[in-house]
Design a protein around this ligand. Structure first.
Ligand code: ADP
Ligand code: MG
Length: 707
């Protein structure tokens, strides 16, 4: 965030912190926390609070609880420890007789914070310490929280906020600056929440809530103030989604693409299998949507291998049968090529005209392809993001299917400009598919404007993958199992988290693993290497070699995660499995449960944490992707779910979706109700809300119509 120095447009919240009289040295420390403006500072919320209201005399201390003692420094001592390191000891007394020793280990500079005679409060859990050598007994606190009992901190009462801080910046230095900012500028903070909603949920107004967050009277008050801002954040997001949904429904017109019994029968005859019940249900949802003149906005969530591609193919063919063009977009060239191949298989005997459009196409062929698409000579286009370049024009695009949507960056969804749309009167229908089930909280945020179809059931005859978690000591045994499989003509993946070596993490790179396996345990077998840094063509070549069984074993990074479908590859070894998220592991494991042979998945991992252990145990036990997704979100936090935080729509600053689920549902309900009453938020009491929604999401979600 930059500081706006232009006085004409100057928003007080965008003033630099120097305007609060902060010294240059401290400005730099604040900058390190990302705090540049008054607004940054006001919205730099505590990450927790400590309740230091329980003040005791030293003579009345007890073990076990968090207690606060007030007294005078009577001794300061620093000494080296025999086993290395050092300890700083500061002794406090409140009556000249009873003593409490505060200890800081390996913080040699801690002593400099104190001086003899200084009045302080120590908060922590006291322990009764017996020093047998010196035959003394007294109270100790390890690394207590310290408050100087003079100046502002002492007057603040007993609830002390814990801020994310950097070294050299203490809470008692930060608080006066925040106090000044509040006094001068809290009233400048905009209030998007209408009074009616604040009343309904018992929320303070923005200035009041900010004050309560930084200087709470009690813990419930602080929590309620935090909830207010979380709610506000979620409400803005849900409003954006509700507006987006409405806008598409009210303003856009899509072609009617009904699925007659004849079309249905024809399509089913092209598919090499009978659809499962779940697939049928998803197909029914799609058909309902396609038969209407407002664009379909549907998300298909399927468990790995449950067969969402078949649903996509069905939808594409309904569009084509209705004399419209249809496009299928995949996140990578490898996947686009695979989809094109699948379609070739299904459509070998049909007259559907197909084309694969990727970035790798030579210029001349590309130009020819674009001409054919624009002339309506192509029915079905499969491609990568090359499909949404501005020079791609469709003659009459009826349906767009986007596979593995989240890989494109969620905030691009609304902004994808389909060339044909500008030229034609109608907008296409949209079908979006995700690679793995996603937790409900994420579905409601990132995909909150879409209808959802779930495909949980696996096709009949599918054998569940046998998953085994092995310690690195059992490596040889696992290699022997894999070799045995390869000798039977099966193929295997070895998945590693990294492309290049990382000394710091002490993990092996895929390249290194490939070299070692080829020279050692898998000598005589053909070992390939696939990772994300390879050129697209090189990737294709490797995948092609593996698919056509010119390779026995493929060492890969998680690029194999999405969608690769090779039935003969039924063995998988995952190195450093604790480095992957649960859903990602599930997606990886899904690669070896394609055919009739039961897949085998071996996880190498020696997790360092209890939580890591727990995750792997859960994974070995659970084969249901929907359950794993919820567990993943619970354990890692929803922000990490897609492996990156850069997702625009899902970027939440205050809300923690694993904790604030109830608020999410509340905000969603309120937002959709608001938009039902006031479709463009144009009532005066909604003006501030509308302004805030547009400022935050107007561009991301193309909320042009209300802008
Ligand atoms: P995913 O949902 O993971 O993308 P796919 O669509 O790639 O799954 O399907 C996984 C495999 O299951 C494919 O090989 C596909 O041919 C097969 N398949 C899909 N639906 C059925 C079905 N109803 N009966 C039998 N096999 C199916
Ligand atoms: Mg797939």
């Amino acid at each position: 965030m930059t500081t706006d120095n232009n006085p004409a447009t100057s928003d007080p919240l965008r003033q630099g912190l120097d305007s609060l009289g902060v010294s240059p040295a401290r400005l730099e420390l604040l900058q390190r926390l990302g705090l540049e403006t008054v607004g940054d500072l006001l919205f730099h919320f505590p990450r927790a609070y400590e309740d230091l209201t329980e003040v005791r005399r030293i003579a009345e201390l007890t073990e076990g609880d968090l207690l606060t003692v007030q007294g005078e420094v009577v001794e300061i001592d620093g000494r080296e420890l025999l086993k290395g390191g050092c300890v700083v000891s500061v002794v406090l007394s409140d009556d000249g007789r009873h003593c409490l020793e505060g200890l800081w280990f390996n913080q040699p500079h801690a002593a400099a914070r104190f001086r003899m005679g200084q009045r302080l409060a120590f908060s922590g859990k006291p322990k009764w310490f017996r020093d047998y050598r010196r035959n003394r007994e007294y109270w100790q606190m390890t690394c207590p929280r310290v408050q100087p009992l003079d100046g502002i901190a002492a007057a603040d009462g007993g609830i002390v906020p814990v801020y994310p801080l950097t070294e050299n910046l203490r809470v008692d230095q930060l608080r006066p600056v925040i106090k000044t900012a509040l006094v001068r500028h809290a009233a400048d903070v905009p209030e998007p929440l209408p009074a009616s909603l604040r009343l309904k949920h018992n929320f303070l107004d923005a200035p009041g809530a900010l004050h309560e967050i930084h200087f709470p009277a009690d813990l419930p008050g602080a929590e309620q103030a935090r909830r207010r801002f979380v709610y506000e954040e979620l409400l803005l997001l849900q409003l954006a989604l509700a507006l987006r949904r409405r806008e598409v429904r009210d303003r856009q017109q899509a072609p009617l693409l009904p699925c007659s019994p004849a079309i249905d029968e024809h399509i089913r005859r092209l598919l090499p299998f009978r659809l499962t019940q779940d697939q049928d249900r998803a197909v029914a949802g799609v058909c309902r949507d396609l038969a209407q003149s407002r664009p379909m906005q549907r998300l298909v969530q399927a468990d790995v291998g449950a067969g969402k591609t078949a649903v996509a193919v069905y939808a594409l063919l309904v569009a084509v049968a209705n004399k419209h063009q249809a496009a299928l977009m995949a996140p990578t060239e490898v996947l686009a090529a695979q989809h094109a191949r699948t379609l070739d298989g299904y459509l070998a005997r049909s007259r559907v005209r197909r084309l694969l459009l990727t970035g790798g196409l030579p210029e001349k062929e590309r130009r020819r392809a674009l001409e054919q698409i624009a002339a309506g000579e192509i029915d079905l286009v499969v491609g990568t993001q090359a499909l949404v370049q501005s020079d791609v024009r469709f003659a009459r695009l009826g349906l767009v299917v986007i596979d593995e949507q989240h890989k494109f960056g969620v905030n691009q969804r609304a902004r994808m400009r389909w060339g044909g749309v500008q030229g034609q009167a109608l907008d296409p229908h949209y079908l979006v598919m995700t690679a793995t089930p996603i937790p409900r909280t994420i579905a409601l945020t990132v995909f909150g404007d879409l209808d959802v179809s779930l495909i949980k059931q696996l096709p009949p005859g599918r054998q569940p993958v046998r998953t085994r978690w092995v310690r690195t000591g059992q490596r040889e045994e696992v290699h022997e199992r894999v070799r045995a499989g390869l000798r039977q003509g099966r193929q295997a993946y070895v998945v590693c988290p990294l492309v290049e070596e990382s000394e710091r993490l002490n993990l092996k790179s895929a390249a290194q693993v490939q070299a070692e396996l080829e020279a050692g345990p898998f000598r005589g077998f053909r070992v390939g290497l696939l990772h994300g840094r390879l050129e697209d063509q090189a990737k294709d070549a490797v995948m092609e070699a593996f698919r056509t069984r010119q390779l026995d074993l493929l060492v890969a990074t998680s690029v194999v995660e999405v969608g690769i479908d090779i039935a003969n590859a039924t063995l998988m070894v995952i190195e450093d499995a604790d480095r992957f998220g649960l859903s990602q592991l599930h997606q990886l494991r899904g690669r070896v449960s394609r055919g009739a042979v039961a897949g085998e998945c071996y996880l190498f991992a020696d997790p360092q944490t209890e939580e890591g252990e727990k995750r792997l145990r859960t994974f070995v036990r659970t084969t249901d992707g929907f359950t794993l997704a919820e567990e993943d979100a619970r354990l890692r936090g929803p922000g990490e779910f897609f492996g990156t935080r850069q997702h625009g729509i899902g970027d939440l600053r205050f809300a923690d979706l694993s904790r604030d689920t109830a608020l999410l549902h509340l905000a969603r309900k309120d937002a959709f109700a608001l938009v039902t009453q006031d479709a463009t938020l144009s009532r005066p009491e909604h003006a501030a809300l509308r302004h805030a929604v547009l400022a935050r999401y107007g561009r991301t979600l193309s909320l042009a119509a209300i802008g």
